[in-house]
Ligand binder design. Sequence first.
Ligand code: ARG
Ligand code: MN
Ligand code: MN
Length: 303
Amino acid sequence: MNPTVNRQISIIGVPLDLGADRRGVDIGPSAIRYAGLRERLQRIGYEIDDKGDILAHRPDSWQVEEPALKYLDEIERVNSELCRIVGEELGKDRFPLVLGGDHSIAIGTISGVLQHKKKPGVIWFDAHGDINTMETSPTGNIHGMPAAVSLGIGHERLLAIGGSAVRLRPENFVMIGIRDLDPGEKLLLKELGIAVYTMHEIDILGMAKVMQEAMSIVTKGTDGVHISFDMDVVDPLHAPGVGTPVVGGLTYRESHLAMELLSAANIVTSAEFVEVNTVLDHQNATAKMAVALMGSLLGERLK
Ligand SMILES: NC(=[NH2+])NCCC[C@H](N)C(=O)O
Ligand SMILES: [Mn+2]
Ligand SMILES: [Mn+2]
């Protein structure tokens, strides 16, 4: 293990599925723990504090009051709590490792990061852009909006989480593995000038080169790097247990290579792995894949 990497990890489970508006990712944190996360990280040499789960209250019926911004109340509450805990753990100089849950939890994780870091960089691994607003979203599902919120664009109640006026800077934000963008997302990404490495760029440049460029973007003038990893960035062949699978994703080795290069660069200060859907999974394969990726990100070596 790289000796300068923070040896203390705080695991935070967020079994929230309201942002995806379908069941299954609520069991994600359990599935990831069951796949041997703690033992795996201890073997690398980390001291682990598992903070347990931030529980979400399920509505009595899945009847939606605000169809353009589904389950806003509860998603706001859970993310505020997550923000507080991530901020607290970073304040203790620990590494927050957040387990989803749907990707709306990135709103809480990143606003928590922003309690401590003024200029963090973020690498967003995803098949999707998750940069919709309630105006551009085709679904009203908040898990399609967290990147926009983190950059300061979206509903005022989501923007108010963490009470921080500090936002991510688009010039330190990178997306990798993208292959399914809604029309409004394409416009906004262009407008903000965000570096987007779609599968096309990965095919042409290769993952090593993509990571080299991405890492230079997220370290330029920043005081930390957060990894937001949506398991649907990986090809459904290796990660079938996700709610919104898209063919043509990262191979097993491309995903691991990205994590290994991040580990070698020793720049990552927090991470989240989201969208493991156990109902759709095959024998917990996607949770196992998530744990293996966390191992590579946090210092496991092939030799
Ligand atoms: N975190 C995710 N899996 N997001 C999928 C988003 C899909 C679609 N773009 C939407 O806004 O609804
Ligand atoms: Mn996705
Ligand atoms: Mn996502």
